[in-house]
Write a protein that binds this ligand. Structure first.
Ligand code: ADP
Ligand code: MG
Length: 681
């Protein structure tokens, strides 16, 4: 009896050595081998050059039109050039470091060449060349990743054998209804088609099936988790006081935007429901998330609960404490700040007041979730910039107190595609509107050589009473170099502005007290120019600062640049952002250009994702993003949305848990552990 779980060694030609190479590639069973899909396909079919894009790889057949001319750059490096008639085009073909071809290529010979098409010069740089006309065999070949002495050709033979003996055993794992609905290929056929296609069309067709399959399975897990969390978490129904809430709106210093009102409604509905809130609030920099947080905390208070706001840095904690103090203090709430610098007696006292319920709202960094911190009646936890919090902290938070409602706020707009994968188990609210009257931040990209001019411009603004941030290059590998950079720039600027303006310095190595001191001096305009590493990235609010200069801007992601830029443009005055950058690549240049063209964080995040890929988007290892074999979250996002909707429908369908059609899907969900209360993260 054959079984897909048989060891690959069963296949003819796979001995001990090959088996160990395959094992190092993660291939142990026959099924693993069948699932080792090509990562690309080589297209050897002839095409009209007219239709070929610049830099695209192409195969052409033509007649040699000139004697090959050979040129040596050095003993080993040479270039051979011929002219070739391809249909009605006369093109050039270059062969690098193959001088021996000179004797083989004769005028009027027909040859077949594969290589990169340079449209502007009408030339091909040859990668392969066959003497004679194009042969119709092997027009379209899969290319596999391989290791060691294993070649693509051999691997292909193994896979072919595997199909001959095991192909019939590949089971369908999608419900017939969905296969019919989307006209998907059967799993067996699609698998074969991935390995032995005849054209790009075939690949597309087969891929489509696997993309949907992978997304559907993934989303089923997410949606099952979401449903489970909703139904099995003993949440609190917070009956807030609507009248008090309305009065509170009237006391706000400004009318809420439509988007703010909408997300407040969504949050309030969660508060009231008996389920635990698990909501992500996205809003661009400056969209006014703080006041939304204040309203939510206030609502929870009117229902008799305490609230907590957790942020990534102490500076931010202090700022939030003062803005919430201003907003909530006026209606009688007791707002307290807990950071690592609150120590000794003060700390003890604060913790006591928290535990007996005198403190209504607690704001702080990670310190908030330490064991010693006990709430009286915690109802709502809000985190700002949640992607900076590790998975572990999220878990502890969820388990702390009496199953509090949890709201995650982020100013890093997460592209829809990522939001529904990385946060698929969450509800999402979006503030997609800025308060009226905001001015666009004028953004310029300047080469480093233009620093003088930029500083001259900065000086003019400073003379008008404005303030500036100067962000130093980020050196991820070394915090020490990072700090040194900031110190160097600090000295340079101190020198440059002499006694005219005060320059301050901020970096991660400063003592929290020193940081606080510097921030205070900047807020109160004792310091006019703040040189800093990226520690000012999130949340800091000094409305009189209107200038942002960012060194080595090409090293930052677009979303991060947008965050940094968001430190200015917070007051009435026109703000400016200068990106100092000498990017070396086209992508680098394009990124700088995009920054100068838009202030829209969502657009930038989509671009960022497109240019850098999902892995880099959340930064190092933070992503928690799933890996797919075939599907690509960015390019296949439509399928992702479709799969999500289907998963949602299925999970909530009455016969889902009983109908035979769904056995495989059910088994998968059960095996994944989400129903046992294990968290995905
Ligand atoms: P973010 O979403 O970046 O955290 P903030 O909450 O810090 O934004 O708000 C940015 C600024 O906009 C603050 O100065 C805040 O007082 C102001 N603001 C918020 N909402 C409104 C509104 N509806 N109308 C006018 N100004 C607002
Ligand atoms: Mg904020």
């Amino acid at each position: 009896m054959t079984n897909l779980k048989d060891s690959v060694s069963i296949i003819k030609g796979i001995g001990e050595e090959t088996a160990s190479i395959l094992a190092s590639m993660g291939i142990f069973t026959v099924f693993d081998l069948l699932e080792h899909f090509p990562y690309r396909y080589e297209d050897y079919r002839l095409r009209d050059l007219q239709d070929v894009e610049h830099d695209e790889k192409v195969t052409v057949e033509g007649k040699v039109h000139s004697e090959p001319s050979l040129m040596f750059y050095s003993r080993k490096r040479s270039r051979l050039t011929i002219q070739l008639f391809v249909g009605r085009h006369l093109i050039k073909v270059y062969f690098f470091n193959q001088p021996y071809l000179k004797k083989k290529l004769n005028i009027a010979d027909t040859i077949t060449v594969t290589g990169k098409w340079d449209k502007h010069r009408a030339a091909i740089t040859a990668q392969e060349c066959k003497l004679g006309p194009h042969q119709n065999t092997a027009e379209f070949e899969p290319v596999y990743s391989v290791k060691g002495s294993l070649t693509v050709k051999t691997l292909r033979k193994f896979i072919l054998q595997a199909f001959q003996h095991y192909g019939h055993e590949i089971d369908e794992n999608l419900p017939i209804s969905l296969i019919e609905k989307y006209k998907l290929m059967a799993r067996k056929d699609a698998m074969k088609m991935m390995h032995f296609p005849e054209s790009q069309e075939d690949v597309k067709h087969a891929r489509r099936r696997f993309v949907y399959e992978e997304f559907l399975y993934f989303q089923l897990k997410m949606q099952a988790l979401r449903k489970f969390e909703r139904e099995h978490s003993a949440g609190i129904a917070q009956h807030y006081d609507l009248k008090k809430l309305r009065d509170f709106f009237d006391k706000l210093p400004f009318p809420l935007t439509g988007a703010q009102k909408r997300v407040i409604n969504e949050i309030c509905a969660d508060l009231k429901s008996p389920y635990r809130m698990n909501r992500l609030l996205q809003g661009d920099v400056g969209s006014g998330k703080t006041v939304v947080a204040a309203v939510a905390l206030y609502a929870s208070w009117t229902a008799g609960y305490q609230g907590a706001l957790m942020v990534p840095t102490e500076i931010l904690a202090e700022q939030h404490a003062s803005s919430l103090q201003a907003l909530l203090g006026q209606v009688g709430l007791e707002v307290a700040l807990l950071t690592s610098s609150v120590k000794g007696k003060k700390r003890k006292e604060l913790l006591e007041r928290l535990e007996n319920g005198e403190i209504n709202i607690l704001i702080g960094t990670h310190a908030l979730i330490q064991d010693e911190v006990q709430f009286h009646r915690l109802g709502l936890v809000i985190t700002d910039e949640q992607h900076r919090f590790g998975v572990e902290q999220r878990r502890i938070l969820r388990e702390k107190g009496i199953a509090p409602d949890v709201l995650f706020m982020t100013a890093t707009p997460i592209p829809r595609t990522l939001a529904i994968t990385a946060f698929g188990e969450m509800d999402v609210s979006i503030i997609d509107e800025l308060p009226a009257g905001r001015k666009m931040i004028e953004t310029y990209w300047a080469k480093h050589e233009m620093l003088e001019r930029v500083l001259g411009f900065v000086e003019k603004e400073l003379s008008k009473g404005r303030q500036a941030y100067v962000i130093c290059p980020l050196i991820e590998e070394s915090e020490k170099l990072d700090v040194q950079n900031a110190i160097d720039v600090y000295h340079m600027l101190t020198d440059y502005y002499q006694s005219k303006f005060h320059v301050g310095l901020m970096h991660g190595r400063l003592h929290p007290d020193e940081k606080e001191q510097v921030m205070k001096e900047f807020s109160s305009n004792q310091i006019q120019v703040l040189v800093s590493t990226t520690v000012v990235e999130v949340g800091v609010n000094v409305p009189n600062a209107t200038i942002m200069v960012i060194y080595d801007a090409e090293r930052f992601g677009l979303s991060q640049l947008h965050q940094l830029r968001g430190r200015v443009g917070r007051g009435e005055d026109q703000s400016y952002c200068f990106l100092l950058a000498n990017p070396k690549t086209d992508v680098g240049k394009e990124r700088m250009k995009i920054m100068t063209e838009t202030n829209d964080g969502f657009l930038l995040s989509e671009k960022d994702l497109e240019l850098r890929g999902p892995g880099d988007f959340f930064g190092k290892k933070q992503s928690g993003l799933p890996e797919f074999k075939v599907a690509d979250m960015v390019h296949d996002y439509r399928a992702l949305e479709v799969a999500r909707n289907d998963a949602q429908l299925l999970i909530n369908q009455e016969d889902f848990w009983t109908n035979d059609e769904y056995t495989q899907l059910r088994n998968y969900i059960e095996k994944s552990g989400v129903l046992a209360g294990e968290k995905l993260d």
